[in-house]
Design a protein around this ligand. Structure first.
Ligand code: FEO
Length: 379
């Protein structure tokens, strides 16, 4: 019943190259429930979709799996169209929904852990911090269908509705980017949610963003297990910015050293690459190396933005290092190291902090350091 948003390119700081969708579902037994709604500007689209199937005034339940406005933004308006519908949310969702939308009659899943629609059951499980404290999932045992809200989503606009109908490379890129940029800092609580679902028989997962996983559902569950566990590949992501190509030269030399060991290096300049794309690359990498020139005794601004973003996302189980160049006074490398530590990265010490332009000998030291990192991350 939801809406495809082909245009959105910024989801709280994360670049959504392929838009997204706000998925809402009708579950029909003898009674009918609407599970989740859409972002406010898409209300009319959702309403039209519902009206194609039924009179919205006859809805018996509206389920708010999550209070974030991309899913609850049309709750108030659709509830006014369906005055007899019981609105169900998690206990922790109730105050949030009232804060956003004013006083509303809401029923907690504490009192109503499931609803019998007559031929279909909707059973609710809180999954706090997968994505917000209020998050919950709905499960239909008769169909072995999980309505997972944010978990297992992708920011992927498509007229296709199922995972086997879209380009697989695009699908997995977007599922990976979504986990890295939204759920990675919540790995522990997402792990709890995945564990809570371990005994549940699931044939299909219908998230609130992107396509529905109806084929090879085990693949996305296995990917989440790897991601929550911080599993990585023998790969290093080097991200940097540069004023006069000195830090760039160092980044390339380090990459060459890593590559010489058989480990993989991927290099991203932060002027040409959005920080959220770099974070997507970091999710499955074992090492993160960050390079910055010193500008006015401080870190380069694009690098500072990336570090602030990474510090919040706290990629688990990474080793890393800082490097950089300066003119007459340094400072950037020390700042980068402090921020990397705060992001939870285990630092590998080095003295790659060179004035003006790396000499041949300094270039060689970068390459050797890269080789040392490569040896560390090779399996
Ligand atoms: Fe898609 Fe946490 O909202």
């Amino acid at each position: 019943m939801g809406a495809v948003d082909w245009d959105v390119r910024n989801f709280h700081g994360y670049v959504t190259h392929r838009g997204t969708s706000y998925n809402a579902y009708l579950v029909q037994g003898e009674k009918t429930a609407l599970v989740d709604t859409v972002k406010a500007p898409f209300y009319e689209t959702m309403l039209r979709h519902i009206e194609e199937v039924m009179d919205p005034g006859e809805l018996d339940y509206i389920v708010a799996n999550h209070a974030e406005p991309d899913h609850s933004g049309s709750l108030k308006r659709i509830s006014e169209k369906a005055p007899d519908a019981t609105i169900v949310s998690s206990e922790r969702g109730i105050p949030v929904l009232r804060k956003y939308y004013g006083d509303m009659d809401l029923v907690s899943i504490k009192e109503t852990p499931s609803v019998d629609l007559g031929g279909k059951t909707l059973s609710f499980t809180p999954v706090p911090m997968a994505h917000w404290p209020d998050s919950m999932v709905s499960y239909i045992p008769e169909d072995r269908l999980l309505l997972s809200n944010d978990a297992f989503g992708q920011h992927l606009a498509s007229e296709a509705r199922f995972n086997d109908e879209v380009d697989q490379a695009v699908l997995w890129r977007e599922a990976t980017a979504y986990y890295a940029n939204i759920l990675m800092p919540l790995s522990r609580t997402v792990n709890n949610a995945v564990k809570a679902l371990a005994g549940v028989e699931i044939d299909m997962i219908a998230p609130s963003h992107g396509v529905i996983w109806r084929k090879d559902v085990g693949d996305i569950l296995a990917a989440y297990k790897r991601w929550v566990g911080g599993e990585s590949k023998p790969r290093a992501v080097i991200t940097y910015d540069s004023m006069w190509k000195s830090t760039q030269e160092m980044a390339y030399a380090i990459a060459e050293g890593i590559g010489s060991t058989g480990a993989e290096a991927r290099v991203f300049n932060l002027t040409g690459t959005h920080r959220s794309d770099v974070i997507t690359e970091i999710l499955e990498a074992r090492a993160v190396l960050v390079g910055s020139p010193t500008l006015n005794n401080h870190v380069y601004p694009t690098v500072a933005g990336f570090l602030a973003y990474m510090r919040g996302l706290k990629p688990p189980n990474k080793i890393g290092a800082a490097f950089g160049s300066y003119g007459w006074a340094g400072g950037a490398k020390r700042f980068v190291e402090e921020q990397m530590k705060l992001a939870g990265v285990e630092l590998v010490e080095n003295d790659l902090d060179f004035s003006y332009k790396p000499t041949e000998e300094e270039w060689r030291r970068c390459r050797e350091f890269g080789a040392a990192i490569g040896e560390k991350i090779k399996h």
